[in-house]
Design a protein around this ligand. Structure first.
Ligand code: DGL
Length: 268
């Protein structure tokens, strides 16, 4: 019951999902892995992303997590089915929740998906959205410069604003009323994305809907945590702890996060 929930991402992006889980389920403890050293996953072959995702999942299963959230769209596209088949615990991805959130928010069923190259090429969002509303019209845009920008910690200044404007100008001629942030790093750029797309577009992420799915799954399994004190979350990174720590402090409001390095063997 009080075993931790595992959350994995290629880097800091999954913290946006971890935050939504912490807000909805404050009694749950989270073990988070960011594979910052091998980030970005977006341009890598899906087969390689599957191996990396498996390595993170395996490391957390060894730490006795009760449920795993793949808080990375690229890794969800590459490895969700595989992990669900291989692991003895429930595994939740972010693409179905993101698709649900987008369909619920859209009045016109014209939806833009902003994601990494890997996610866009996989077509997983389009498939998930159309499985909910077959007549939906989906426009996809890969934004490969966004993840390195967020990982560098430079996601707040004028440079970030200009880069977002320039990238999203490619959507100028497209019609949509909802844009789903199909990469968990993008909520850190949400303000600039909203400005660039204008007031008529509803911009949302999959974080809250994913947190709801975690809640439903644990409720169904009667496996929600019950504790008196706030749990102490643990964060593992394959990369430098400096920016990782700053983003945890700022985004999650944890002043002294417990951060440990973790290493994986390079298999490919
Ligand atoms: N947060 C990951 C995602 O949602 C970023 C992938 C990457 O590392 O390129 O897709």
């Amino acid at each position: 019951m009080n075993a931790p929930i595992g959350v994995i991402d290629s880097g800091v992006g999954g913290l946006t999902v971890a935050k939504a889980i912490m807000e909805l389920l404050p009694e749950e403890q989270i073990y988070y892995i960011g594979d910052n050293a091998r980030c970005p996953y977006g341009p890598r072959p899906l087969k390689q992303v599957r191996v990396y995702t498996w390595q993170m999942a395996e490391a957390l299963v060894e730490k006795n997590i009760k449920l795993l959230v793949i808080a990375c769209n690229t890794a969800t596209a590459a490895a969700l089915d595989f992990l669900q088949r291989q692991l003895p615990i429930p595994v939740i991805g972010v693409i179905s929740p993101g698709a649900r959130a987008a369909v619920n928010a859209s009045a016109t069923n014209e939806i833009a998906v902003l994601g990494t190259l890997g996610t866009v090429k996989s077509g997983a969002y389009e498939q998930a959205i159309k499985s909910l509303v077959s007549s939906a019209h989906v426009v996809q845009l890969a934004c490969p410069r966004f993840v390195p920008l967020v990982e560098s910690g430079e996601y707040k200044g004028d440079f970030a604003k200009r880069l977002v404007e320039e990238t999203l100008s490619q959507l100028e001629t497209k019609s949509f009323d909802t844009a789903i942030l199909g990469c968990t790093h993008y909520p850190l750029l949400q303000g600039f994305i909203e400005e660039a797309l204008g007031p008529n577009v509803h911009v949302l992420s999959s974080a809250e809907e994913t947190a709801k799915e975690v809640q439903e799954r644990l409720t169904f399994k009667r496996n929600l945590a019950e504790r008196k004190n706030r749990p102490e979350h643990r964060f593992y990174t394959t990369g430098s702890t400096v920016i990782f720590k700053e983003i945890i402090q700022e985004w999650l409001g944890i002043e002294q996060p417990l951060i440990e390095p973790i290493r994986f063997q390079e298999e490919l």
